[in-house]
Design a protein around this ligand. Structure first.
Ligand code: FPP
Length: 227
């Protein structure tokens, strides 16, 4: 893949990885096969982010609403998450990736939580790519949680968000053709550029990622000001 000039690389990219189920269905496969393939896409996009010098990547792996999916699918996703962390932690750590989970982590099973805490601990001194994995995450819940935490105190509201210390996303990519936000990073995307693509997440490749960055580089951002 060509290297994009660092001056036009978004500092923070957020991704709604949608379309795993439809990708599987269109091939007569179970939804789990779509998630498995989706995990491969994520691996490629993380590697490309490192190569291009993206500083922060935030991916929507499991929403608060996803708890309403069938038990078997939730179980599969959690096992996949745990096995992916275990299989890739060494390589990610070596490549300077810092892993952080954001969301209501109390909802997760102990073994999944343990794998996440281990990955966060092992990578805590890295700063090449900050990989935030949104798990059991809902934007409204995050805002309520921060509001409750800071109610009556002078503490900074943004510091109470799960994303404390992380710059807001410059670019949000959603795959799978739907044009909505689905409760992702509601506070943080106030001035984020949005990019929607019909491509389903399991078929989203490095060149699609670069096409999104290329379009971003042509957008004029004004942050609500006149010029
Ligand atoms: C949306 O597709 C995707 C998810 C709910 C899960 C995202 C998970 C991965 C990409 C797996 C790898 C990630 C980790 C962290 C292991 P969908 O099932 O909503 O697809 P549909 O809209 O076609 O039904």
């Amino acid at each position: 893949m060509p290297k994009i000039p660092s001056s036009v690389i978004p500092k923070h990219i957020a991704i709604i990885m949608d379309g795993n189920g439809r990708w599987a269905k269109s091939r007569g496969l179970p939804r789990s096969a779509g998630h498995k393939k989706g995990a491969e896409s994520l691996k490629k996009i993380v590697a490309e982010s490192i190569r291009q010098g993206v500083g922060y990547l935030t991916v929507y792996a499991f929403s608060s609403e996803n708890w309403q999916r069938p038990k078997a699918e939730i179980g599969f996703l959690m096992d996949l998450l745990k096995s992916q962390i275990k299989a890739q932690l060494g390589e990610l750590a070596k490549n300077g990736v810092r892993i952080k989970a954001i969301g209501d982590l109390q909802m997760l099973a102990d073994d999944v939580k343990a794998a996440i805490l281990d990955a966060e601990e092992v990578t805590k001194h890295n700063d090449k790519l900050h990989l935030q994995v949104a798990l059991s995450y809902g934007g409204r819940q995050e805002i309520l949680h921060a509001a409750r935490k800071t109610a009556g105190e002078s503490a900074d509201f943004e510091a109470a968000l799960y994303t404390s210390g992380v710059p807001d996303p410059d670019l949000l990519i959603r795959t799978g053709g739907e044009m909505r936000i689905s409760n992702f990073l509601l506070w943080q995307i106030a001035y984020t550029e949005l990019y929607f693509t019909e491509k389903l997440w399991p078929e989203f490749k490095e060149e699609d990622f670069l096409a999104a960055i290329e379009e971003f580089s042509r957008r004029e951002r004004r942050f609500g000001t006149a010029e």
